[in-house]
Design a binder for this molecule. Structure first.
Ligand code: NDP
Ligand code: OAA
Length: 268
């Protein structure tokens, strides 16, 4: 039985608990939420993981889980993941976009080294991360990522204002540049670009194009990679979660897979 503590009880956290509620090999002991949301989170957590306690910090409970998983955002990595790694608790992170902040990846590595443990970065909404990180070993020449989303997905971003998102008639390029610049300008849509960068050529050498496309209803991720290994092209059409249209449903399944791989006898 894998004893898991989870940070975040939003679209991904709830989706993960729902899918794992009948898995006898995974149990949620603690769900960490911000102080202001503890009351609201309690009934939700109780209905999905009746044995789990809702807390503001892991240390408060004196709890030492087998694994701590982050499904919450940038602040949670600073507040919970880094201290847990230093205490030797293995961690998983899904907010990969947050790792485009300079120095944060190195701080995660340092904390894991200090605690003699490991932090796993999850693939989330994108596939072929295994192939890309293997290809890097032989040498990569180029990685180009194109992210295409419905215009509404770009509301409250720098594209809103630069473009008349409500009245776009054709697919429109709203950004073209490096993954680092994409992550700076579009932090809430930067998870896939950052994941591809960390697995491949890094934030400064991964090329990104972002489009607002009135013809799509899904989050379409296209990757083209070339290198010593040969090349691959991948297109993923991720259905957005009803609870958060910025998040593809595959992200939830990716977390469930990662937890299953730690808990079950067979890992794939
Ligand atoms: N790797 C990938 O491919 C993908 C990664 N993501 C990332 O996953 C994360 C979660 O996404 P999603 O579930 O859709 O987002 P939601 O906004 O639906 O949920 C996030 C939850 O985490 C809570 N939270 C925020 N900060 C903290 C903290 N410091 N401690 C505890 N809880 C906290 C939020 O609470 P409150 O509302 O009070 O702030 C909220 O309830 C995001 O960072 C997102 O960018 C998303 C899609 C794909
Ligand atoms: O598709 C998703 O779930 C999220 C996404 O585009 C990103 O953050 O890069």
């Amino acid at each position: 039985m894998l004893h898991v503590s989870m940070i975040g009880c939003g679209a991904i956290g709830i989706g993960v608990m729902e899918l794992l509620k009948s898995d006898p090999e995974v149990t949620f002991d603690v769900v960490i939420v911000p102080e202001a949301h503890m009351e609201a989170a309690r009934p939700v957590v109780f209905s999905l993981a009746p044995h789990a306690r809702v807390a503001n910090r892991l240390e408060e409970l004196g709890q030492r889980p087998d694994l701590l998983i982050e499904c919450a955002g940038h602040k949670a990595i600073e507040e919970h993941i880094i201290p847990a790694l230093k205490r030797g608790i293995p961690c998983m992170v899904v907010s990969i976009g947050a790792l485009s902040e300079r120095g944060l990846v190195e701080r995660l590595e340092e904390a894991a080294r200090e605690g003699k443990t490991q932090v796993q970065l999850l693939s989330g909404a994108i596939g072929a991360i295994d192939a890309l990180s293997a290809a890097r070993i032989g040498g990569l020449d180029s990685v180009v990522y194109t992210g295409r989303k419905p215009p509404a997905a770009w509301k409250d971003t720098p594209a809103d204002g630069l473009f008349d998102l409500d009245n776009l008639k054709t697919a429109t390029v709203i950004f073209e540049g490096t993954a680092r610049e994409a992550a700076r300008l579009y932090p809430k849509n930067a998870n896939v670009a950052a994941t591809l960068s960390l697995a491949g050529l890094g934030l400064d050498h991964t090329q990104v194009r972002l489009l607002a496309d009135p013809a799509v209803t899904e989050n379409v991720h296209h990757v083209e990679a070339k290198g010593e290994f040969g090349g691959f092209e991948l297109t993923m059409r991720g259905k957005p979660l009803a609870a958060n249209p910025k998040t593809s449903a595959l992200t939830v399944f990716s977390v469930v897979r990662a937890l299953g791989n730690r808990a079950h006898a067979l890992s794939i």
